[in-house]
Design a protein around this ligand. Structure first.
Ligand code: HEC
Ligand code: HEC
Ligand code: HEC
Ligand code: HEC
Ligand code: HEC
Ligand code: HEC
Length: 148
């Protein structure tokens, strides 16, 4: 089934062989789990009505709504993930902290009250609820800093 598609899409086959990948090669998933080959209202023949829905049909825990969302960045999972395969852990489209640094400055020169300058690679060691949370921040009223 997927072999049929690989014939014309060798780039996707190559991506499926990278370190982190959806289990397509393993035949636990198929191209048509995400693509509507006969036509779709979305770009790239994607299944579902929104980019988010393409993914949350299976990853329901990431769907929300959460009391504290990661702004609207999670409306398109591809802001941080790549679907077919990645050299980075967990299908991330860049490694940490570069992934986060595309949009954030990180914690430099004490820009966060109560937090000393911090050099770190693993942002999600603390911001572990990166997809959204219902737990408010302990220090910033009305925000949720995705830490728990
Ligand atoms: C987990 C969901 C998922 C699976 C499974 C999947 N795709 Fe995709 N595919 C996507 C998404 C999402 C995009 C759009 C990527 C983007 O816009 O950045 C995409 C884009 C594409 C594109 C357009 C070129 C590109 O790389 O952006 C092709 C061609 C493609 N997929 C083919 C395939 C084939 C062939 C398979 C099976 C071997 C497959 N896909 C399996 C989600 C998936
Ligand atoms: C006979 C060759 C051929 C086969 C087999 C084939 N495709 Fe394609 N596919 C193409 C061509 C050609 C394009 C257009 C390429 C482009 O626009 O870069 C395309 C485009 C796509 C796109 C991107 C559409 C877009 O809007 O950019 C997706 C997704 C895709 N194919 C998925 C699949 C899947 C899934 C299968 C297997 C069920 C499959 N293809 C089998 C030739 C093929
Ligand atoms: C048809 C169901 C299905 C769909 C749709 C789907 N996934 Fe997955 N996803 C899976 C399965 C199965 C795994 C592998 C889980 C495992 O190995 O434990 C997985 C794993 C993942 C992982 C973790 C990979 C790793 O290396 O640990 C990420 C990230 C992910 N998916 C993101 C996405 C994104 C983004 C989309 C939408 C483009 C999507 N998924 C669509 C079923 C799906
Ligand atoms: C702001 C960036 C970002 C966005 C947007 C994002 N993710 Fe993630 N995702 C991550 C990071 C970072 C990890 C790795 C978490 C870690 O290091 O503990 C991850 C891990 C995952 C995993 C594997 C581990 C787990 O928690 O199950 C899945 C599945 C996943 N994401 C699905 C999704 C889906 C579905 C969407 C869209 C609704 C999405 N992600 C949007 C950053 C993001
Ligand atoms: C595509 C851009 C983008 C990426 C990538 C991204 N973020 Fe964000 N993030 C945002 C936006 C936009 C906001 C909301 C802006 C604000 O309220 O200051 C936000 C807010 C946050 C917040 C504060 C939430 C709140 O309620 O105050 C934290 C914490 C955060 N991001 C951590 C991360 C981490 C960690 C990563 C990497 C895993 C990451 N972000 C990746 C765009 C992004
Ligand atoms: C040692 C734990 C820790 C690590 C690691 C960490 N953070 Fe934070 N971050 C915090 C704390 C504490 C706050 C303060 C807010 C709260 O939760 O009360 C915060 C707040 C934030 C905020 C929102 C507050 C603001 O100033 O707008 C962003 C954005 C953020 N962190 C991004 C990052 C990024 C990007 C990384 C990785 C380079 C990162 N953090 C690594 C603990 C951490």
């Amino acid at each position: 089934m997927s072999e049929m598609c690989y014939v014309c899409h060798p780039q996707v086959q190559a991506e499926n062989s990278l370190f982190s990948h959806h289990p397509i090669r393993e035949k636990k998933m198929f191209c048509v789990d995400c693509h509507e080959v006969h036509g779709s209202t979305q770009d790239r023949l994607l299944k579902g009505t929104t980019p988010k829905e393409t993914c949350t049909r299976c990853h329901m825990d990431k769907q929300g709504p959460f009391a504290f969302e990661h702004a609207d960045v999670t409306e398109n999972c591809m802001n941080c993930h790549t679907p077919h395969g990645s050299v980075n852990n967990q299908l991330l489209n860049a490694s940490m902290p570069f992934l986060c640094m595309q949009c954030h400055t990180g914690h430099v020169a004490g820009n966060t009250p109560g937090l000393k300058q911090l050099f770190t690679n693993r942002c999600t060691d603390c911001h572990s609820q990166i997809h959204g949370t219902d737990t408010p921040s302990q220090s910033v009223t009305g925000r949720g800093t995705l830490r728990q």
